[in-house]
Design a protein around this ligand. Sequence first.
Ligand code: BTN
Length: 270
Amino acid sequence: MSSDLSRESIEAAITGRLGRPLTFFETTDSTNERALELLSEGVSEGALVVADHQSHGRGRRGREWSSPAGTGLLFSVVVRPRTNEALEMLTTAIGVAVAESLRETTGADARLKWPNDVTVNDDKLAGVLVESRLSETRIEGSVVGVGLNVAWPEDDTDARHLSATSLALLREDGGPIGKGGRAGLLAAILASFERVYDSLDDPDGRAELIARATTLSAVLGRNVTVRFADGSMREGRAVALERDGALVLELERGGTESLRVGEIERLRTR
Ligand code: BTN
């Protein structure tokens, strides 16, 4: 599997502005960490860090993102948003780019589980971690990290245990992911993200992104439990995405609330 991901295959597949300069590692601690380092050294927008394996892959809320060598697509791209409006839409933008590219490249019914998971049949296929560096007066930049399960988990038992899935599990023959392999999928995601990212300073571009995220949502119309960082919870029915990507919940006790932080812990049937 690792032959479908190399410096050469990635350079050959990438067509746009995002993806250069490229840093490729067989193993590194975390592509987000490496990209944040490049960001602080002043690297240009579009810089891409890809690894076949991470020893300390980071997930949200201090969780670990683990993926055995050769079984994932793990990358981080540096962007330098010009406005706060663009900055706050990055998670939605990369989520839409990943889900739409997966749908086109693999045929998977990829959906968005607010705020940062890409799921198929409610199982997690990919996660997104955006980390930003802000000074008092300006946005220095952001690192947009994606971890996508290509061939891990390997079997249904692990997958059920983790509520996760992979492209290999989703394909009946467990074969490779199209002729471009991981490099082709990476290039498709970056091209799609570039188009969305370039529209984020424009209110119409942001409105279109929210419309696409709404269409792709695995959450809207369903009863959910949202957990916040302090452990508190909110229960309600997810009814809309706001213009900035916030999730609107119709609360069980009445009224609505717009959530800009938190994670969906439980999704119930429609
Ligand atoms: C999550 O679902 O909690 C987010 C997971 C994000 C994982 C990716 S893997 C590539 C990049 N580098 C990291 O250390 N994390 C992100």
